[in-house]
Design a protein around this ligand. Structure first.
Ligand code: FMN
Length: 442
């Protein structure tokens, strides 16, 4: 039963309990390091939303996005941490996505006036303070208390986009109320009337950007969930109870607090109607997802007046079809290594897809962790990037303040890296700023 449900279900579960902390600023760097993050960010030339409060003590050793993973691992039950961190089968897609960034090295330019740096970008007619946003994260509110709202408010305050997952546990209307600039991502079945009703709901709520994920006709083979005891619904085995008891912060601060204040979490946004409770034996209606086709995307395009984005694109030929369907943007993604194993690294397809983009925006996620990753993606043709896991870990250990802290770290890295590469804006980068790692080793 556990095996069946784990295989059947989607990006749902997770959990955490995070006392709501207070802060926004990046952590100080060691005394002998170059400019501390907070110093870099307060460069008046950066023109960024500035931190209001000093970095709380408990965030002070969170200096890079990978640090959030280490902290979250201590905070979450093993099965819940595994749900977030895990990948499918051999983990080849996960590794490939990350490793692809190491294949490129910078060719920095010297004696360039890089004062007045500006990392803001225009995307779909909106001004965003940084070239990155928060990827859709299903089941986030099982990892961190009311995570979707924490992510949404942190994104609003930081002036970056946040994409609400269709497998989320907070209603899309509530998230839009918290952040009217949030985007909505849908997992769709190949059932046009059902699609139309959901799209009408998303439009009525006021969303302006709809993301349709294409890489999930069914769930990838996440053996790690079965091994750790993670299933949907969670089966209360001795193993699961022991793991939960060993993570009291999560158990009390996310699970009990959620049930106490809001009742049983439901899959709120799978369809036009509210879905079943997360813990119920009723399985969400994921039928017919394997029937979703480009014809449905064309039909959505006719019905949906806002920006339409397709996520999970990996080839130039699919980008061409998306363009012919009238799609406004594509997100290159291998789903963070969570769907097809041995899938190509999104970064490796980026230049080819960007060459096909026409008026579309090309975005990318999977494996980005550093400001240098963001700049490499932009240099290879990305208009924008998204990150998933680091922001969920940040919500788990620090709520909205934790997410703001993570945003601040990445933003400070980008600002510093722009200066060191020798450009004032991400848009000034192109492939001439990169060399293949192999060449630099010659
Ligand atoms: C816990 C978790 C849940 C996710 N849920 C969704 C989802 O509901 N919809 C979706 O399109 N992608 C989902 N993804 C994939 C992310 O949107 C994104 O593609 C991926 O996390 C990017 O890789 P990164 O985590 O290395 O940054 C999920 C990823 C994680 C880690």
């Amino acid at each position: 039963m556990v095996v069946e449900t784990a295989r059947r279900d989607h990006e749902e579960v997770a959990a955490e309990a995070a006392p709501a902390p207070v802060m926004t600023a990046p952590s100080p760097a060691p005394a002998d390091a170059a400019a501390p993050a907070s110093q870099t960010r307060s460069d008046p030339g950066a023109g960024l939303p500035q931190p209001q409060k000093p970095t709380p003590r408990r965030f002070r050793d969170l200096l890079a996005l990978d640090d959030f993973e280490r902290h979250a691992k201590r905070h979450l039950p093993r099965m819940v941490f595994g749900y977030v961190s895990g990948a499918v089968e051999t983990g080849a897609s996960l590794r490939a996505a990350r490793d692809a960034f190491a294949e490129h090295r910078f060719l920095p330019r010297m004696f360039v006036d890089v004062s007045g740096r500006d990392q803001s970008v225009q995307l779909f007619g909106k001004h965003y303070a940084s070239p990155f946003g928060i990827a859709p994260l299903g089941g986030a509110a099982f990892i961190a208390y009311r995570a979707d709202l924490q992510l949404a408010t942190a994104a609003r305050d930081a002036q970056i986009p946040m994409i609400l997952s269709g497998s989320s546990l907070i209603s899309l209307e509530d998230v839009h109320a918290a952040n009217p600039d949030a985007w909505f991502q849908a997992y769709l079945a190949g059932d046009q009337p059902r699609i139309d009703r959901l799209v009408d709901r998303v439009a009525a709520a006021g969303y302006e950007t709809l993301v349709v994920t294409g890489d999930t006709p069914l769930l990838g083979n996440r053996e790690h969930n079965i091994r750790s005891g993670f299933s949907m619904p969670i089966k209360m085995t001795p193993n699961v109870m022991l793991q939960s008891a060993l993570a009291p912060g999560w158990l009390l601060g996310t699970v009990f607090r959620t049930y106490w204040k809001h009742g049983a979490p439901h899959f709120e946004n799978t369809d036009a109607e509210r879905g079943p409770p997360m813990m119920s034996k009723l399985v969400r209606n994921t039928k017919k997802r394997d029937e979703l086709a480009w014809s449905h995307v064309e039909a959505i395009r006719r019905n949906w007046k806002g920006n339409l984005v397709v996520k999970g694109i990996m080839t130039a030929s699919d980008a061409r079809i998306a363009k012919e369907c009238g799609v406004d943007g594509v997100i290159l993604s291998n789903h963070g290594g969570r769907q097809l194993d041995h899938a190509v690294a999104p970064l490796d397809c980026l230049a080819e897809v960007a060459a096909e983009k026409g008026a579309m925006k090309v975005m990318i996620d999977s494996g980005l962790r550093r400001g240098t990753d963001v700049l490499k993606a932009v240099a290879l043709g990305a208009d924008f990037v998204f990150l998933g896991r680091p922001f969920l870990y940040a919500a788990a250990i620090g709520g909205a303040d934790g997410v703001s802290h993570a945003v601040g770290i990445l933003r400070a890295e980008i600002d510093r890296d722009l200066a060191l590469v020798g450009v004032k804006r991400p848009q000034d980068l192109d492939a001439s700023y990169l060399a293949p790692a192999a060449r630099t080793r010659d």
